[in-house]
Design a protein around this ligand. Sequence first.
Ligand code: SF4
Ligand code: FE
Length: 490
Amino acid sequence: MMTAKEYIDSLRKLNTRVYMFGEKIDNWVDLPIIRPSINCVAMTYALAQDPQYEDLMTATSNLTGRKINRFTHLHQSADDLVKKVKMQRLLGQKTASCFQRCVGMDAFNAVYSTTYEVDEKYGTHYHENFKKFLIMVQDEDLTVDGAMTDPKGDRSKAPHDQKDPDLFLRVVERRADGIVVNGAKVHQTGAINSHWHIFMPTIAMGEADKDWAVSFACPSDAEGLYMIYGRQSCDTRKLEGCSIDVGNAKFGGQEALVVLDHVFIPNEYIFLNGEYDFAGMMVERFAGYHRQSYGGCKVGVGDVVIGAAALAAEYNGAEKASHIKDKLIEMTHLNETLFSCGIACSCEGCQTKAGNYQIDLLLANVCKQNVTRFPYEIVRLAEDIAGGLMVTMPSEKDFKSDLAVGNNGETIGEICNKYFATHENVSTEDRQKVLRFLENICLGAAAVGYRTESLHGAGSPQAQRIMIARQGNIQGKKQLAKTIAGISDK
Ligand code: SF4
Ligand code: FE
């Protein structure tokens, strides 16, 4: 397994093409806007080296028998699914951000089981292709982007009906040795920080969409592949050289537009190529795993938010107020409800035909549906506890300024420290730190991961409601009522 440093160094060796603010970024690894997101992925490597987290962070590969990072593991039991969620909560607690590596893990498990069933029906060799690819990923301890979401253009139209056919990623040429693909994937979590990418279809497809029903793996620096960084609220604070104002200067998430401009994919990396009737299965399984994931990662971030809100209350001298205590209880209740859903859909997991374990789809969708709501209530309560100062406080530079402005020569720094003082044992700097942290997570760059990603990541709320409708077994429930009420079938 790689160390955190080896992971960061490994990114430097790739020829990943990154664009931001209209320019090509050569040393993107050290760029202050991107680096916190790299530190976050690096934490998935660092914790795997720590003996106290060995049980959660590592696993034994069913493919090779070797010890691997759990982020590259095919879940072999319901217990593995539970450990996955606990690992994600741990990472959320350590980073207070999206640590990005789960999308690859969720893609591995979805593609592994789907390719097995495609081969069973069509006599193809996608499952073997995938196993060889995954052994490389496990042995080299790689980070892989799980790329699903297409730009989708006009949402009322199927892929083949779009005015621009590239709005869904598609095969534009089939050769004896592979395929040429063209298109893009949007909102790609951790894409720039990944060594490889697994591309999957984004919706269930019909025969007319055959050329869009494609899945494959591709390295980050493949010829024709490039990425455009997605900016985040207040992101340029990271360029000001003031770490307090950033809120969480060490860690952050990352999303990017990934463009594949006529990229050649050799046969050995193809996992689906025209078998359109399996596109839906791949989507459903990947989405199910990722909806489970949110019952871990967002809970870990929630733990930090609750802690920060409690600290803000303490620094304000308000921690004994009964309404503050009650708000912290409510935040804890909401957060643990999300965790309960993540654990429940894992415990109820079952084995796929390929042998790995899949979550209970209904419960995973209920989990994610709650994630689209509860973090919003948690940040509302955090803002309530923090007070307006969270968004009105002067900058770190003001607190440190020695520009004299007062009648007696007081500096801006002295004025800020005088008027933002609270009880004696708390420095104004610590107060700034905790309020800026909360600002960052409630409405700054980290809100991408804690709020909007909770809403739209792994599918928007309506996508879960469709799955809940499909899995909810209303007919069976009607039958239960009929039996007890003594209503006989006609
Ligand atoms: Fe992992 Fe959560 Fe980020 Fe998805 S949103 S990649 S599950 S940390
Ligand atoms: Fe996500």
